[in-house]
Design a protein around this ligand. Sequence first.
Ligand SMILES: Nc1ncnc2c1ncn2[C@@H]1O[C@H](COP(=O)(O)OP(=O)(O)O)[C@@H](O)[C@H]1O
Ligand SMILES: [Mg+2]
Length: 207
Amino acid sequence: MPTIAVISQKGGSGKTTIALHLAASATQAKQPACVIDTDPQATAAAWGDWRGDFYPLVVTSPPARLAKTIERAHKQDEVDVVVIDTPPHAESAMREAIKAADLVLIPSRPRAFDLHALEAVAEMIEFAGKPAYVVLNAVPAGATRQIEEAKETARKFGLKTCPVSFGERADFHRSSAKGEVAAEIDATGKAAAEAKKLWTWVRKQIS
Ligand SMILES: Nc1ncnc2c1ncn2[C@@H]1O[C@H](COP(=O)(O)OP(=O)(O)O)[C@@H](O)[C@H]1O
Ligand SMILES: [Mg+2]
């Protein structure tokens, strides 16, 4: 089953936001997703609780149990895609997620300190030999130069940048905080469009 890991060293880079929006977009596109939350803070799991029974499914798993949890997700008839959310500053959790993944997404805000943290992740990715892309998140409006600089930094570390990025948008923040995704607040908004575009792009990478 296609498995996407969302990892980064930094907290607040957008791992959970991107994992949940990706899973919800996949589900919306008739590929029901299961999010596996390996972060002890369990933010994605709390989102799942607020949501109730609606897909995407959210389950928690200690990193060491990830392979078993994915196996169990496989046995769920409806689940087509697995998205793994991970904690920050947790090398072993990141390694387990990378190992399980067909595609690795690395959210980063387009700022110097955040981008600098890509170096450690880049080494892990290279070692694992998995396809991986930096996903620029919370990009301020009109930040063309910042985007170019971010891509350049990623390239310097041997990482590719996903052609789809998420802007800094209230819909991402407001929706996640109440068990929803941007499309459920405003289906025609820019945040909803970005989330949909990200899934369309990811689907091409994993098919
Ligand atoms: N693109 C975005 N636009 C606006 N707010 C965002 C965006 N991405 C993340 N946030 C907000 O930033 C905070 C951290 O994001 P989160 O996804 O929890 O990061 P992580 O899981 O990497 O720690 C959350 O409050 C979230 O709602
Ligand atoms: Mg998180």
